[in-house]
Design a binder for this molecule. Sequence first.
Ligand code: FES
Ligand SMILES: [Fe+2]
Length: 400
Amino acid sequence: MGELLRRYWMPVAGASELDANSIKPIRLMGEDLVLYRDLGGRYGLVDRHCPHRRAHLSYGWVEPTGIRCSYHGWLMDETGRCLEQPYEDVANPNPRGKERCSTTAYPVRELAGLVWAYLGPLPAPELPVWEPFTWPNGFREIVLADVPCNWFQCQENSIDPVHFEWMHDNWSLRLRGRDGAAPKHLKIKFEEFDHGFIYKRVREGQSESDRYWTVGRVALWPNGFFLGSHFEWRVPVDDENTLSVAWFFMRVPKGREPYVQATIPTWVSPIKDASGRWISSHVINQDIVAWVGQGTIADRTKENLRSSDVGITMMRQRLFEEMEAVAAGRDPKGVIRSANPAQNIPLPNMAREINTEGIPLAEFENHPILKARLAEFRHHYGQPPQVRRAFQEAMGIAPE
Ligand code: FES
Ligand SMILES: [Fe+2]
């Protein structure tokens, strides 16, 4: 599975995280690394330990070209080359000595305020530019969470329509001390397309002409989820830990254009409360309760899959087939090798108009989803007050 997942670019950080501190220790796909941005604006993702005698590079510093170790001053660049070995350069200058000392390094790119890394065999494929990344006039924010379980049970949640009714609707009612029941799912179906799977649903009070059935939601291949105004990715840290990366877009009300966001904030959402219980007040926190509750690596031999789980079976089978494709030397599903098709890739989207055309602030009242989004950030617990404030200013609803 690691061989397969390393064929895809992964979002691994928010670019704004590196504004405050240019070096971030990070663990990805079972490897301890440091992510950095040097003074020339180049990103690097290199072995966490210096190629000299293994000092921890997050205690080094960045320079115009590369990252320098604080132990004996070796300087490495984003390709992993060792550029300087200060004592050797005085006492024993020999370019080949440095050539032997290169370190592990992976390609990094910035897109949509996210830092993306590719940890697979070169040449790297194209980095897909999903259409929402090109939308102007929106407030965007990036939320990270450290989730102590395997990435795939998080991703199975991306193709699980029925859980919305229970985990987000009925459980939220109970958490607020209310009973009653949300509209039941009457019908679901799953379809595959080039960049993943789509699930469609009809609930009580809806019909087949509703966008939940005609358009649906996207389980983005291989480890993402796209819901019209936000993306989520489940990035493997190792077999037992996942970095949850979410990217949110909220278009400013019509009439407030042009809105240009100076920097896209990144924040980390805590997942446990002071007593050590999982936080359950926010939508993605509720999902996290499901993911970690299944165990560090869910035991699938003890499951009982039913018709609500057809999409999960489709996704598992596709993963097995794509692992075989990689083993046979082929590019797996969704890998893009030429530049043009990677630009501005449209995805099925129930919320396209409200994100690209917008509505006036006065009409938000009539739009339950947008109205709720103005009132509070419901996806992740712990939005910092300064992010809330920047959001309110963008929307034109900041208190005096
Ligand atoms: S351990 Fe990094 S320069 Fe010596
Ligand atoms: Fe959910």
